[in-house]
Design a protein around this ligand. Structure first.
Ligand code: PLP
Length: 375
């Protein structure tokens, strides 16, 4: 099995003794033991669960990783990974990262003595200047949320490794269908599987993948010792989402490109952020490390915040809501919604920036909806 879609459909879903073509949802908290201390599969579901096991095998395989560890949310996975740090350790973070990652690093790990420097990851001189002798992690989100910035994974891996640090890539926006960071030298991939991996806005989940055995063992330990595990039904939903990830991403990319072109030609639009457009500063790097440019488009409008709020509240097909990556199109104002926690920091997005998650509805309806809202 070599093709992406074939693996997405079959890895972890091999028929069991019953021949069922879908994995069972093992709704169990515990397991019968053959003798004292001799369980058949595991001793307890926080430690292991066959449905979770199936998801972990499938998504790790799609990322080209030896190991994958599933969590109850994207942030729970990030937390488990960051707990491999110690007080005094330092992290270099992209200056346009997801607000929740910034909040976790500064307000939770910051209070514990972890230090963070935010830099423009597309500027390798700035990254090199941001590295400290205590830097343990360079954390890149590419494309980034919400500015769709592109970070050069291979170059960042070289820089991080030369300083004895790991490169972590948040691959939530790209998904392994469009970009596999480990192939470019990254050490760890993190996901909010809530987004494209699940794909239907019906589950919250997270994932960390790596081929570093020692790190994988620490992550597994954190998974059961801290306990932010996803339930079996949630694991099933993400695994089911992965089966259609390839076809969904093809359509997301196609429609997002059409929406970006439409917005770029609209007089009420000031600036469009989409890595698939040749005028995007990261376009060439994105072409090298991605096989498509994704389903997210951001833009600013003429008239500032007030005009942007009006657009967000005027669409009918695009639902005004946080999150992204589902079959339905969503619209939001990051500075007031998903990224409110970055207020006053270098990560604060422009107040008139609108973020779109372009879904799988008919493209004519999406463009007509945006045209109507822009006036
Ligand atoms: N990483 C990115 C890029 C995100 O957009 C999000 C959530 O929006 C997360 C991580 C956190 O994931 P979750 O909401 O599943 O905890």
């Amino acid at each position: 099995m070599t093709g992406f879609n074939t693996r997405a459909i079959h890895v972890g879903s091999e028929p069991d003794a019953t021949g069922a073509v879908n994995p069972a949802v093992y709704l169990t908290s515990t397991y019968a033991q053959e003798a004292v201390g001799v369980p058949r599969f595991a001793d307890y579901s926080r430690v292991d669960n066959p449905t979770r096991h199936a998801l972990e095998g499938c998504l790790a395989d799609l990322e080209g990783a030896e190991w994958g560890v599933a969590f109850a949310s994207g942030l729970a996975g990030e937390d488990a990974l960051l707990r491999t740090l110690a007080p005094g350790d330092h992290v270099v973070l992209g200056n346009d990262a997801y607000g929740g990652t910034y909040r976790l690093l500064t307000r939770v790990f910051g209070a514990w003595g972890v230090e963070v420097t935010c830099v423009d990851l597309a500027d390798l001189t700035a990254v090199a200047a941001g590295l400290e002798p205590t830097t343990r992690i360079v954390w890149a989100e590419t494309p980034s949320n919400p500015l769709l910035g592109i970070a050069p994974i291979g170059d960042l891996a070289d820089l991080a490794h030369a300083h004895g640090a790991r490169l972590v890539v948040d691959n939530t926006f790209a998904t392994p269908y469009l970009q596999r960071p480990l192939e470019h030298g990254a050490d760890v991939v993190v996901h909010s599987t809530t987004k494209y991996c699940g794909g239907h806005s019906d589950v919250v989940g997270g994932f960390v993948a790596t081929s570093d055995e020692e790190l994988a063992e620490r992550l597994r330990f954190h998974q059961y010792a801290i306990g932010a595990v996803p339930g079996p039904l949630d694991c099933y939903l993400v695994l089911r989402g992965l089966k259609t990830l390839g076809v969904r991403m093809e359509r997301h990319c196609q429609s997002a490109a059409a929406v970006a072109d439409f917005l770029a030609g609209h007089p009420a639009v000031e600036r469009v952020y989409y890595p698939g457009r040749p005028d995007h500063p990261g376009h060439e790097v994105a072409r090298r490390q991605m096989s498509g440019f994704g389903g997210m488009v951001s833009f600013t409008v003429v008239g500032g915040d007030e005009a942007a709020r009006e657009v967000c509240e005027a669409t009918r097909v695009f639902t005004l809501a946080e999150s992204l990556g589902g079959v339905e199109s969503l619209i939001e104002l990051p500075a007031a919604m998903t990224h409110a926690s970055t207020s006053g920091s270098v990560l604060e997005p422009p107040s008139s920036l609108i973020r779109l998650s372009v879904g799988l509805e008919d493209i004519e309806d999406l463009i007509e909806d945006l045209g109507g809202a822009l006036g």
